[in-house]
Each structure stands twice: as C-alpha cells, then as structure tokens.
Design a protein around this ligand. Structure first.
Ligand code: MOS
Length: 834
C-alpha cells in the first residue's frame, strides 16, 4: 500500500471502529452453530504492561471494548507465547510435502505462457496468431491489450483500481514501453507446447525512441516514456504517488508532502545558524526481490465459480482485485494460498500473468497454471527503485541539528513511487526541514514495493551524514544520537546493541597492512501499521479438536505457528494441538501481509476468538461439574476446578455438544488508547539499530562483513526463533544489496543483461557474517496480544551500518551502492588511508 493508504487505513476513525465486515465468508457448514461476539459500545478499564521488560516495566490503564479478553501478563508469566516454537509446517516444507502454487496439479490442467515484447518502446502494428493457433497443443490464446503494473496516462481511465494502462489512445493500439511487456498469452497442454506456441506468434512493431538510464531520462531532449502526465494509485503492496503532481518530460514532481506532513521551519535560516554542514550526494541501485518462489497463479474457471491458487501476499486483496477486473461478485471467487515462498512486497494483485491465466481458463474451460520462470522473475516482476539523493544537514557544535534539506530522484521504470521514504524528515529532532522528491520514468519494467519501500535508500544517506557529523564534531555515534533522537525504543536499542557489540572498546584503526578493519552503526524505523480488516473463526469440534480459520496467508514468516501459539496459550494446550487453516478466502478475511502488519493485525482477533470460546467451554463445563465457571481453568487438555476438586477433559466436554461443532467469529478491536500514526512519535514506530564489523582489503577493494549486531523490538515477541529468522533474513538481504546486487540493463536495447541469480549476484553462504540479535521485549499496551511487526525494520539500517564501518576502516566514504571493489578502489584513489 502507499504511504498515504497506510496512514489513512489506520487513522481513519471510521476504520478504527468498523465492525467485522466479512462474516459472510465464514466457511462453516450449515450444521454449525455460529455465535457472533457482538460489538458493544460500552467499555471497561484494564491494566496492561508497558515499557521494556527488565528495564522499566510498568502498568497503564486502558479503556477497551467490553468483549476484549483480559490483559496478558509479560511473557515470563506465559506458557506458550514468547517461547521459541518450531514451525508447525517446518517438516512439510523441508521434506517437500508442502504444496506451493507450482505444485498444484488439476485434471486437464493447461500451462500458460506469455509472448513478451523484444522492444523497449514500440507501437504494435500487428499480431499474427495463426501459426500459434494451429499448434496441436494450444487450447487458448489471449491478446494483452492492457498491461497492469506501472503508471498510466493521467486522462486514461483506469479499468480497475490498480490498472496501469499502456494504451496509446491516438493510435488506438497497445504501446510497448519496456522489453518483456506482455503482448499475448497462450495456454497449451504442456509447458513445452506453450513455449513453442509463443515462438509462433508473430508481432510487428513500429519502434519508438526509448531511454533506459535515469540520468539520460532526466535530460530535456530525452525520449518521452509517456506522452503526457502520469498517475498511479497505490495498491495493497505499495507503489503509487500523490495525484496531480506536475510532470516535465520524464520527471514527475516535486512531491513535498511525506507521510508526516510537509516542510517545516525555515531551512535557509537553519543552515545560516549551523556551525557544521554535511552536504553530499548518494546513489542506490535497483534491488530485485529474488524470492525463492517466483510469481504464479493457477486459475480454474469452468463453471460460475472461479477458483484461484496463487502465490500472493493478500488472498482477500487478490480476490477483490479479480472481482473488479472481471466484474464478478466476490462470493464467486475463491483464492487459496496454502504455502508461499516469499513476496517482499512484489506479490500483490493479479499481475499480467494472473489476468492472462483467468482469461485463458475461461476460454479453454480448463484450469490454467501460469508460473514465471526465473528470467521473467528477474526482468518483469518488480524491483526496489534506484535513487539519487542530495542531502544537506546543518548542526551546531553541540550536535543540535539546525536544518535538513533533501532533494531526491528515483526511477521505478514505467512505475511511480520511487521516493526514498521519510527518514530525513522524521527520525531526528530538527526544527527546519525541506524536501523535494521527483519520480523519473524510464523504459524499464515497473518497479514496485520492496521491504520497507524507500527506507533503506533514505537511511543510506541520512545515517552516513549523521556518521560524518559525528566525525566532524568529534562526537561518539551513540552519544550524538542520544542527543538528537528522542525515540525511546531506539535509545534502548542503541544501549543494548552497543553492549552486545562491545562498541565502547572499539579502537582507532591502526592496521598497517592492506586489510583495514572498521566498525559502524546505523538505525532505522518503520511505522507501526495495522490492518483492521482482520477476522477469524475458531471452532471446537465434537471430538475435542480445535481449529482456527482465517484467510490470512503465511508468506513464509511463520504466522501459522504464531496463531497456534495464541490459541494454545488461551486454552491451556500445546501449539501442535491446534489445527490452523489459513490462506483461503472461504475463511473470514485476514490482513494482507504488507507493511509488517500481519502479526499485529490478526493475533488480537484470534486471541479474542479463543478467549470467547474458552468462556463458553467453561460455562458448559460448569454445568457438568456443578460449579461456578469462575472457579474453572483450562490446563493440558482439561478443564479443571481451581481448588482441584474436579475436572473434565476437553474431549468429553466436546462430545456433549448439541451440534457438530461450536464456532465463533471475531474481529480485531481498534488499538487500545487510539491509533498513534497521526502523531508519529514515541511508540508509533518500529525501530532497529544495527552495528557492523567489517574488513576492507585495500589491495583488491573487497569488503568483508564479519559481524552484525542487530537490536530490534516488535512489541511483545510472540515466537522468538521466528523473529530471529526474519531479522536474519532482512540483514542478509541488506548486506546483499549493500555489496553485491546490481541489475544491468543494456541502454542500447533495453534488455536486462543478468536476468538470473548467477550473474545477478546475491549473497552466498560464505559471505554470511556472524549475526547476533538482541530482541528487546517492549510492551506498548496497544492490543490484547501487543504483538507488532518485525519484517521491514530488519532491512532498513543494514547498508548504512556497513557503509559507516567501511568509512571507519578506510577513512573515505562510499556514497553509492553497491559498494563493489571498483568503487572502493576509486574512493581510495581519491584519498583514503592506504
Ligand atoms: Mo511490503 S514492501 O508492504 O510487502
């Protein structure tokens, strides 16, 4: 989702108080007894823990809805939550038994494949399908008249919310704007037949001038990527830009209003009051998502029901998207994502492959599976936009910041939304701030949201500038940040991280050989978003089994296991006792997994459901045991009287149910104490502080990262081992972006030269450093689980921390990513410690 969408989603009081709107998707059979936990306007006051466990834990009173469960104590007093729990599906994944979208086989299934443009900019003069249609394996062919993903011309009406139209109205024909843009799609009886048929499609192009590189696209005489001004609305996954901004040629902007308002104070005055000014230019490169599992979707549209298996970060969002494209009732569409191999922001919406699969399935009256191959994945499936930033920071001798000014450019190819985030605007206390961001259009495939969109780019600049300020003012990096950063979470993270890293005993670089050692640190932030559209059903079945159902998908981060922990904690069971059925829109709608919202959004709904189920079970048990329900508790599969006088097993209780099952629907309550995002201070954000220990070989220019210490917090840690896994992943992705990854597109043809994971260099096993994670247990008192996000903050500061360590090692800064040997050697030639 866009920054704007995300903030409205959470601040809009209407949203905050909306009741569950998706009870119609309850997958219960008619025989089931459904009890809805009705929403009351009345509230009660509870006391919840707040602060850092082991440091300053306290209690705060919160006014909460009457149907909210009692407050959970700190993790030390719990049995399941907060204890490292192995993934319930781990064995299925490592043995290959888990069925991903590519593994689904249906009877009569066809294989979809795309005919893709070989030109970077062209009008299509003709498409000849006759030879392809004559291929014996071909069952359906579809011409792609409108390509989704990317910007659209301002006065062209989007067909769907997300429609990004490359359609030349004057010519009345589709216009190609990048190499690899879909032209036509075929469905055939085998992958080989589909491939052959694609090669038989003849496309005649009228070539147009194009521009590939951001610098070239910014020149006044550059070929225009779009003939007029462009617009792009955000989707669930991000991207998009504010409407109606000026556009000159390929440069669209300035965008001045970020998530936290516009400019403030007077920067010129601020700079004139500064004793020191740090003024530099920074560049970051395109970053590919490189998820293990490529994009893919299987469409089965044989009768009036459309069933979709998809690798998606949002099952319900995808259903809604498809309903809108194909003008179908949502009730006729079912989206299933049982297992997924990563998305990182690139897997929202139906995509060109998905829309084509649905068209083809309808035509052929057969299921059609459409998986990207790795080449498609690395060319047309999205990327983190590049950036060019001019950042100027002024400060007094005592470290106080007087002004921050940022001018940024970035290209998402044929997409908008290449902003560098709000780090410069928001992270440090500074009265004067001004920024301008410009999106630059090029004839490259559309970029999209990628793990903390904009933030790693913005932080790469801001945190190097602050580091340089520390050097100039002779301040310790932590001491200066303690002075200019009032966020209490990061203060504790700096303290804990510095201790684990042994920051205070670092020595000035005195290595005389070619290998120089250096240490550095950087910090970052991410908003604490919430998706209120988070619901579930819980069931007690008459054999005693417990099931939890929600459309929420596990994109690989482990929400399946966390939901089992929440239910198990409430009902006195083990996580393995709980059947978790998720990733299917037949179940009540759960959140889309974007913006690090999943755990913080769905766990409060699940705990509420489990709690109300417990209340009903205790009532039933009280009748049987002839005691008061208040005297009962649930433990190890039994309902026991607290005084030990009697008990009944859950199994026996369930046997006595008057129907097959007892089921109960619940939705997430609004944040306790109100949403904070409008006032983005204090606990309104998720933060991270990372430290890097590197070696730089000044002969070869190679950088070796030896150790990363990462201090993180995400509210109440639910499953520490899974959280550590996500933090590790963010750090690896961050190192990989900082040092190795770079997509090369030939400026003479627009062809991606390294569309694979070999010559597009990703971090390898031997390049993985020792990673030490300090996970703070921080209570915010915001929901009945008080769990919040971790995925995005994990990648934000990594590259900046490494860059600062490199500067510490060689005495000269690298202002551009990736920090490859050529850049290191060039910087050393300009004047480093060699
Ligand atoms: Mo994310 S980049 O909101 O999946």
């Amino acid at each position: 989702m866009t920054e704007k969408d995300k903030s409205t989603k959470q601040t809009n009081p209407k949203d905050a108080h909306q009741s569950s709107k998706d009870s119609s998707h309850d997958g219960d059979k008619a025989t089931a007894k459904t009890v809805t936990a009705t929403k009351s306007k009345k509230t009660k006051t509870i006391k919840v823990p707040i602060g850092f466990y082991g440091i300053n834990i306290a209690e705060v009173e919160r006014e909460v809805p009457l149907d909210e469960p009692p407050a959970l104590p700190v993790n030390a007093e719990l049995n399941v939550i907060g204890k490292s729990t192995r993934r319930l599906d781990g064995h299925l994944k490592v043995t290959g038994a888990a069925r991903y979208t590519a593994d689904i086989q249906l009877a009569g299934m066809l294989y979809g494949r795309m005919v893709r443009s070989t030109k970077a900019h062209a009008r299509i003069k003709s498409i000849d399908l006759s030879a392809a249609l004559a291929h014996p394996g071909v069952r359906a062919v579809h011409i792609v008249s409108r390509s989704v993903g990317g910007a659209r011309e301002r006065d062209d009406k989007p067909r769907i919310d997300e429609a990004k139209v490359f359609f030349d109205k004057s010519a009345g024909v589709p216009v190609i704007k990048y190499v690899g843009q879909p032209v036509a799609a075929v469905a055939a009886t085998s992958e080989q037949a589909a491939k052959e048929a694609c090669e038989l499609v003849k496309v005649e192009y009228e070539a147009l001038p194009f521009v590939i590189e951001i610098e070239d696209a910014m020149k006044p005489d550059a070929p225009k990527v779009f003939s007029g001004p462009t617009e792009q609305d955000g989707t669930a996954g991000g991207g998009g830009a504010p409407r109606g901004l000026p556009q000159k040629g390929n440069i669209r902007g300035p965008e001045v209003k970020g998530m936290f308002g516009g400019d403030r104070g007077n920067v010129e005055e601020g700079f004139s009051n500064a004793d020191v000014i740090i003024d530099n230019e920074y560049r970051t490169q395109i970053h590919m998502h490189s998820a293990l599992e490529p994009h893919g979707l299987l469409a089965d549209w044989r009768d009036d029901m459309l069933t979709i298996y998809a690798s998606t970060q949002g099952t319900a969002a995808l259903r809604d998207d498809i309903a809108s494209v194909f003008n179908l009732p949502k009730s006729k569409i079912r989206v299933i994502t049982e297992y997924m191999g990563g998305g990182f922001g690139a897997k929202f919406g139906a995509g060109n492959y998905g829309i084509a699969a649905i068209f083809l399935s309808k035509q052929a009256k057969a299921p059609v599976k459409f998986m990207h191959d790795r080449k498609e994945e690395q060319t047309v499936a999205g990327f983190r936009p590049n950036s060019f930033q001019k950042l100027k920071i002024g400060a007094k001798k005592d470290g106080t910041l007087t002004a921050i000014k940022l001018e940024s450019y970035g290209s998402a190819g044929t997409s908008l939304g290449a902003g560098v985030g709000w780090a410069a605007q928001n992270m440090y206390d500074c009265p004067n701030f001004a920024s301008e961001h410009y999106d630059v259009l090029t004839n490259q495939s559309p970029g999209c949201a990628f793990r903390a969109p904009g933030q790693p780019q913005g932080i790469f600049a801001v945190e190097q500038a602050i580091d340089e300020l520390c050097e100039k003012l002779k301040f310790d990096q932590i001491e200066l940040r303690d002075k200019i950063d009032s966020n209490p979470t990061r203060k504790e993270q700096r303290k804990a991280g510095a201790k684990a890293f042994d920051w205070s005993s670092r020595k000035p670089n005195s290595d005389s050989g070619p290998i120089k050692r250096g240490v550095g640190m950087a910090q970052g932030e991410w908003p604490r978003f919430v998706d209120m559209n988070s619901s579930c059903v819980i069931k007690l079945v008459n054999d005693g089994s417990i099931e939890i159902l929600s459309s929420v998908q596990d994109i690989g981060t482990g929400i399946r296991t966390v939901l089992a922990q929440v239910v198990a904690e409430e009902l006195g069971l083990k996580p393995t006792d709980i059947t978790v059925r998720i990733g299917d829109t037949l179940f009540p709608t759960g959140p889309a997994s974007g913006g690090s919202v999943t755990t913080g959004s769905i766990t409060p709904a699940v705990r509420k459901a489990a709690y109300h189920l417990k209340v009903q079970m205790l009532d039933l048990a009280a009748e049987q045991l002839k005691c008061d329900a208040d005297d009962l508790t649930m433990k190890d599969g039994n309902i026991v009287q607290k005084n030990g006088s009697g008990s009944i097993t859950i199994k026996k209780l369930a046997k006595g149910l008057s129907t097959d099952q007892l089921s109960l629907f619940a939705s997430r309550a609004a944040d306790y104490g109100g949403f904070e995002i409008g006032n983005f201070v204090g606990h309104g954000r998720l933060s991270s502080v990372q430290f890097a220990d590197v070696r730089v070989d000044t002969d070869t220019g190679r950088i070796y990262v030896d150790r990363i210490v990462a201090a993180h917090a995400c509210g109440r840690p639910m499953n520490p081992i899974a959280l550590e896994s996500q933090i590790n992943g963010g750090i690896l992705q961050g190192i990989s972006w900082a040092l190795y990854e770079n997509r090369h597109t030939d400026k003479n043809t627009g062809i991606v030269m390294n569309p694979n994971v070999e010559s597009y260099k990703l971090i390898g096993a031997k390049e993985i450093p020792k990673i030490d994670i300090v996970l703070l247990e921080e209570y915010l008192g915001r929901t009945n689980t008080d769990a919040h996000g971790i995925g995005e903050p994990a990648i934000v500061p990594t590259a900046a921390a490494i860059a600062n360590a490199v500067a510490n090692a060689i005495g000269v800064r690298i202002h551009a990513l990736p920090m490859t040997p050529d850049k290191v050697l060039a910087a050393l030639r300009k004047g480093g410690s060699k």
